[in-house]
Design a protein around this ligand. Structure first.
Ligand code: ATP
Length: 374
């Protein structure tokens, strides 16, 4: 951590460019000093002054998976290779939170520990790197806004044999191309470091136990080869919030209507859209039309997330759904009472087609899943 003596901004020394304050450009900074990125708290009602009650909120979800490794192994009887995945909150006392939801002090991570035989780690690592990249494109991120970043030796965590980050173009407004990118996900080969460190057995060169507090041995017995060893682990670790931010950025589009007005369309993949279909009555003072629209909405609900809205003119209702990424709007009009059909409007093309009410659920269901993430 460093402070700028001119504008008093607090900064992370490892994120500075040319030793300059990004806020005011001054080089008049304090010397770097260490700080703890982990949040401290106390367990128990009377614990404030009891030093043994001191605990820390987790800064990543990974370690819980290693602690549970034996539990998972003995209850699920898995053979290598296998993975344990987890999603949950992590907490870091970030010095410079900001950039909307890019860096916050409380955030959500999705991590996996994928256990493999030593020797198979490098190939499996590469498979996960490629698969994770593909996954981001499948949820709608453009490949042009994604790239790999191979961590150089001096940046690697002490336990990592190799780490590749997937970066996203989070800052397209920056002039310098290199500064547009930042981390979306990291995929590390953590070797057998964690399982060994959580085990009671391994000793250092002088015969001292690495972890005197451990009561278990987290090694794996391979029945076929009749040998015992510590599996290697490949760790894909992604931020949920940064993934959401990237999906929003790639989905954001502007389109001009025939009246020359600019409209925002959030072109989310249907699987990511919070609402799949909005049912809108063309006349809200006609009880038959309102009743039919509400009953259509109710009949769609078991199959997809549907809403009913009659709080504006049809143009406004469409615009509202486009802005939140709803893939389809269904309009119920006077004619619907006679021909038992409704108008289905597409978010991205604004094209409309007439569909029989009896066929509506299947029609929408098919169009929502066509070409989307399974
Ligand atoms: P950074 O260098 O940006 O601080 P990191 O290298 O410390 O990130 P990891 O420890 O590899 O991040 O965490 C895995 C993922 O968790 C990151 O790729 C990112 O998506 C997410 N993440 C980390 N810190 C934050 C944060 N403060 N707010 C939101 N997401 C975060």
């Amino acid at each position: 951590m460093v402070d700028c003596r001119e504008c008093k901004t607090r900064l992370r020394a490892d994120k500075l460019e040319d030793g300059k304050c990004p806020n005011c450009g001054s080089k008049n900074l304090t010397d770097p000093r260490p700080f703890n990125l982990m949040f401290q708290t106390h367990v128990g009602a009377t614990a404030e002054d009891d030093p043994s009650s001191l605990v820390y909120l987790r800064p990543e979800t990974a370690q819980g998976i290693f602690i549970n490794f034996l539990n998972v192994l003995t209850t699920s009887r898995r053979k290598l290779p296998f993975g344990v995945a987890q999603i949950g909150k992590s907490f870091r006392n970030e010095v410079t939170p900001g950039n909307f939801i890019f860096r916050t002090r409380e955030f959500e991570q999705m991590e996996m520990e994928y256990f493999v035989r030593p020797g198979e780690d490098e190939a499996v690592h590469q498979q996960w790197i490629d698969e994770c990249f593909q996954w981001f494109t499948r949820i709608g991120l453009s490949a042009d806004n994604l790239r790999f970043y191979e961590q150089p030796k001096e940046e690697l965590a002490h336990y990592a044999k190799r780490t590749v980050d997937i970066q996203y173009r989070f800052f397209p407004e920056r002039d310098e191309e290199e500064r547009q990118w930042d981390e979306l996900m990291g995929i590390a080969n953590r070797t057998d470091f964690d399982l060994k460190t959580h085990s009671k057995k391994p000793e250092d060169a002088e015969g001292k136990r690495l972890n005197p507090d451990s009561t278990d041995d987290l090694s794996y017995f391979d029945e076929a080869a009749k040998e015992r060893f510590y599996p290697y682990v490949i760790e894909p670790a992604a931020g949920v919030n940064r993934t959401v931010l990237a999906a929003l950025m790639d989905a954001y589009t502007e389109k001009t209507n025939d009246k020359g007005e600019m409209r925002v369309i959030l072109k989310l993949k249907p699987s990511l859209a919070p609402i799949k279909v909005a049912v809108l009555p063309l006349a809200k003072n006609k009880p038959e039309i309102v009743g039919l629209a509400k009953s259509i909405k109710t009949s769609l609900q078991p199959a997809m997330r549907a809403v009913y809205d009659d709080t504006g003119g049809i143009g406004k209702l469409y615009a509202r759904q486009d802005e939140i990424g709803t893939p389809f709007c269904v309009t119920v009009d006077h004619q619907s009472l006679e021909d038992e059909a409704v108008t289905v409007r597409d978010r991205d093309t604004w094209e409309q087609e007439r569909i029989k009410i009896t066929e509506l659920k299947d029609h929408l269901g098919k169009r929502l899943t066509d070409g989307d993430v399974k």
